[in-house]
Design a protein around this ligand. Structure first.
Ligand code: HEC
Ligand code: HEC
Length: 202
């Protein structure tokens, strides 16, 4: 074989190898999740977050992508988002889409254990305050592009409901529900969060 023929054979073998056929990192959500360090706070495959961080596994893909963009561009403001702003700022729209799509296919978190009596009161509040209209019965069947709430972390839910109530997390879409949560006391917020965090995702 001439040196040229050897080179051509190597090139042909490389092009046929799975390494090159694999999706590019920009469209591989799983690889991006590892490379960008998301796991440090959101846990393995987005389902085992540390205190204060949300479960993002099994969440609606369009909702996830929108949150990433709104955190990156500063539309979604509240104290806790500041920790992830510097990370998500360095992703492109295509990378965020790939991350969101991969995360949406991952297994949601298991329900948490908590105070049963508070959860029962929370279930009533969830029914009586019209949450079902947009998030579905028990937070299990949201309208298109809206978030699932069932089996989300209790502490994260409490931070968000209070931030939406107090208009700290205040975007065009969160303002649609401000009236529903406005009258909640902190104790009622906790009851709703107990209920949702203890509800199993189907
Ligand atoms: C340093 C910890 C940290 C890292 C690293 C991190 N996040 Fe977050 N993330 C958070 C916290 C905390 C929140 C909730 C902020 C709040 O309370 O508003 C959040 C919120 C989110 C949300 C919104 C979820 C919802 O239900 O609204 C998405 C989506 C998200 N992160 C995706 C990612 C992705 C993808 C990465 C990697 C590129 C990442 N995060 C890296 C801490 C982190
Ligand atoms: C009119 C529709 C509507 C109603 C009613 C509604 N929500 Fe929402 N809710 C939304 C939308 C839309 C979002 C996502 C906002 C965004 O995309 O930034 C949201 C977000 C949330 C979040 C944040 C989820 C996350 O992952 O960060 C929580 C918690 C929540 N709603 C709880 C409730 C509760 C509790 C009630 C009833 C008291 C309620 N919502 C009523 C539309 C609604």
């Amino acid at each position: 074989m001439t040196p040229y023929a050897v080179l051509a054979a190597v090139l042909a073998a490389l092009c046929a190898s799975p390494a090159l056929a694999a999706p590019s990192p920009a469209t591989d959500g799983k690889a991006l999740f590892a490379a960008k360090g998301c796991q440090a706070c959101h846990g393995e495959a987005g389902a085992k977050p540390i205190a204060g961080s949300p479960v993002i596994a099994g969440q609606n893909a369009i909702y996830l992508a929108r949150q990433m963009t709104e955190i990156a561009d500063g539309t979604r403001t509240s104290a806790p988002v500041k920790v992830m702003k510097p990370i998500i700022e360095k992703t492109t729209p295509d990378e965020r889409k790939a991350l969101a799509e991969w995360l949406s296919t991952q297994k949601p978190a298991d329900p948490q254990t908590g105070d049963k009596a508070k959860a029962e009161q929370g279930a009533e509040l969830f029914d009586e305050n019209g949450c079902i209209g947009c998030h579905g019965a028990d937070g299990l069947k949201p309208l298109a592009d809206y978030p699932f709430l069932a089996a989300q972390r209790k502490d994260y839910l409490m931070i968000q409901i209070k931030a939406i109530r107090d208009e700290i997390r205040s975007t065009r879409r969160t303002r649609m529900m401000t009236a529903n949560v406005r009258k909640f006391s902190d104790a009622q917020v906790e009851q709703v969060a107990e209920f949702l965090s203890q509800t199993k995702r189907k």
